[in-house]
Ligand binder design. Structure first.
Ligand SMILES: [Ca+2]
Ligand SMILES: [Ca+2]
Ligand SMILES: [Ca+2]
Ligand SMILES: [Ca+2]
Length: 383
């Protein structure tokens, strides 16, 4: 979700500004450090190809994909998906728990998407908090067959897993006020026969949207809370104790824009807490004392476009609002993609049972909202 309070003028001038001056306004400046890793729409980097500064990604033709990136990973590799479903769009029209912001029915589209992707673990955002998260798990069970899926939710975030979820002692231990600080968290009990004795801990997050000072401050606080929780998880005592070297994921809709410095993403990556008085000292989130890694999924794994959100009817450029961060000391990324069905070949659509408009809202051209992100992880054994 994006709020539209930013002055339009700010959004229309970046091309001109970048062309004529190295002294960009702070709002439009590329950020130093981890947020500038993306070569595409989110990084308005001086000296980058002109295409990165255009307002429409369609200015650069992208070849249709054959869908090979959808191939199921080998045994022992975990497929993780994150998807902002736009307020309950995956549930039926007559569902009494639908959120008041619900504006699209994407029931069939969602079933086709998850059937093609076949994730092991999902992180959903914009699920009505009044809804029993198990309802989303039942939807997955119905769509994919097999054993019943498991669910845990907090606020509008829901973790779904084909494997058992341990939540006792693993949910975020923050006092549930304000509500904005809650995120779904769980330990996934992976089957030992396939993954060995290690399990997975994940935090499925939805950060505050909007460009106002209060919005940016809340995003920072949300990142501070998560970073604080990861310190707890790595150290004995308090609410969470993970076995050392347990793989950790922090994923979801982070609302990372190119219209502010997105310092909250830097906090998540590096463990640099802003409010240290309240949330403790800085602490790199990976087990080896380093930063988390960003999976950087690209559209259809082509390595050309890196946005996860797009709306051609508005003033905002497509951006990598959504992220999958991981402890790369114990996880190796073997595949990552943002699925864009509009850019799949006819053969690929037929092969995977997808339709070209499956990622669009109400089938309308140009209105994608959020796209599904996927990452495949191999578990690295630590000597
Ligand atoms: Ca296990
Ligand atoms: Ca602890
Ligand atoms: Ca700090
Ligand atoms: Ca690392």
């Amino acid at each position: 979700m994006i709020d539209h309070r930013l002055p339009t003028a700010f959004l229309l001038i970046p091309l001109l500004v970048m062309a004529v001056s190295a002294c960009q306004p702070a709002l439009l400046s590329p950020t130093a450090g981890p947020t500038s890793v993306f070569p595409a729409e989110t990084a308005a980097t001086p000296g980058a190809p002109a295409a990165t500064a255009t307002r429409r990604p369609s200015a650069t033709p992208v070849p249709l994909s054959d869908g090979e990136f959808l191939n199921q990973p080998l045994p022992g590799i975990l497929r993780v998906m994150s998807y902002n479903i736009n307020w309950d769009s995956i549930f039926p029209d007559d569902d009494r728990q639908n959120h008041e912001f619900r504006s699209a029915n994407r029931e069939e589209e969602f079933v086709r998407l998850v059937a093609a992707i076949q994730p092991d673990v999902l992180c959903l955002q914009e699920v009505n908090s009044r809804r029993d998260p198990q309802q989303a798990a039942d939807l997955l069970t119905g769509a994919l067959g097999g054993p019943a899926w498991n669910a845990v939710g907090a606020r509008d975030t829901v973790i779904l897993s084909r494997y058992p979820l341990a939540t006792e002692g693993y949910a975020l231990g923050v006092v549930p006020l304000p509500l904005d600080l809650l995120q779904a968290a769980a330990r996934v009990d992976l089957p030992d026969a396939e993954f060995g004795s290690t399990d997975l801990y994940l935090i499925c997050a939805h950060f505050k949207s909007g460009g106002g000072a209060d919005d940016i401050a809340l995003r920072q606080r949300q990142a501070d809370v998560i970073t604080h929780e990861l310190v707890d998880a790595r150290t004995p005592g308090d609410a969470i104790d993970l076995p050392p070297d347990t793989p950790i994921l922090v994923l979801g809709d982070f609302n990372v824009y190119d219209t502010d410095p997105a310092a909250h993403l830097d906090t998540l990556l590096t463990g640099d807490i802003f409010d240290e008085e309240r949330y403790g000292a800085d602490s790199p989130p990976d087990w080896d004392g380093t930063a988390l890694a960003d999976a950087q999924p690209s559209l259809n794994a082509q390595g050309l476009k890196f946005y996860t959100w797009r709306d051609d009817s508005g003033n905002f450029r497509p951006g990598a609002l959504d992220r999958i961060l991981f402890t790369d000391s114990v996880l190796a990324l073997v595949n990552a993609f943002v699925l864009d069905t509009t850019r799949l070949s006819e053969d690929a659509l037929a092969e995977w049972g997808l339709q070209a408009a499956d990622v669009l809202m109400n089938g309308g051209p140009g209105y994608y909202d959020h796209l599904p992100l996927v990452a495949d992880f191999e578990f690295v054994s630590v000597p």
